[in-house]
Write a protein that binds this ligand. Sequence first.
Ligand SMILES: [Zn+2]
Ligand SMILES: [Zn+2]
Length: 156
Amino acid sequence: MPIRPENLHRYPRDWNEISARIRFERAGGRCECTGQCGLTHPGGRCPAVHEQIHPDTGSVVGLTTAHLNHTPEDVREENLLAACQLCHLRIDHGHHRVTRSLTLAARATAAGQLELLPATALVRTEPPTPPRSRPVRTYAAVLLQLSFPDLDQEAS
Ligand SMILES: [Zn+2]
Ligand SMILES: [Zn+2]
């Protein structure tokens, strides 16, 4: 995860050394996430290994060091976690907010702004359903039928 320029001063001078020690000495080059990102990893720990193909994303893993409490100054061992890009992104943004952005995308689609959506947002994850009586089936309709577990809980 690139460090934002405006936050650079918040990292200790020896951050590169600290980060390397966490990622390679402590973690052995493998993502240390055991669910902190909100995902359930098969086997308990994320399988992503530095500079190898990520089994979930298919892209090369660049291991990073995440701050679990989102505070760059806090470099205590227990606050640091070697994390692949996917886990780090989810740790930083919180899986609730990732879900929220999907919802916003669905609302944008409903409002007729389909062209603003990234292609990945259009992946349909529900199992195939039998044809319905409604003749027109738009992307917006498909998106709105996706289930958002977090939101379903909020709604009830
Ligand atoms: Zn990971
Ligand atoms: Zn994870």
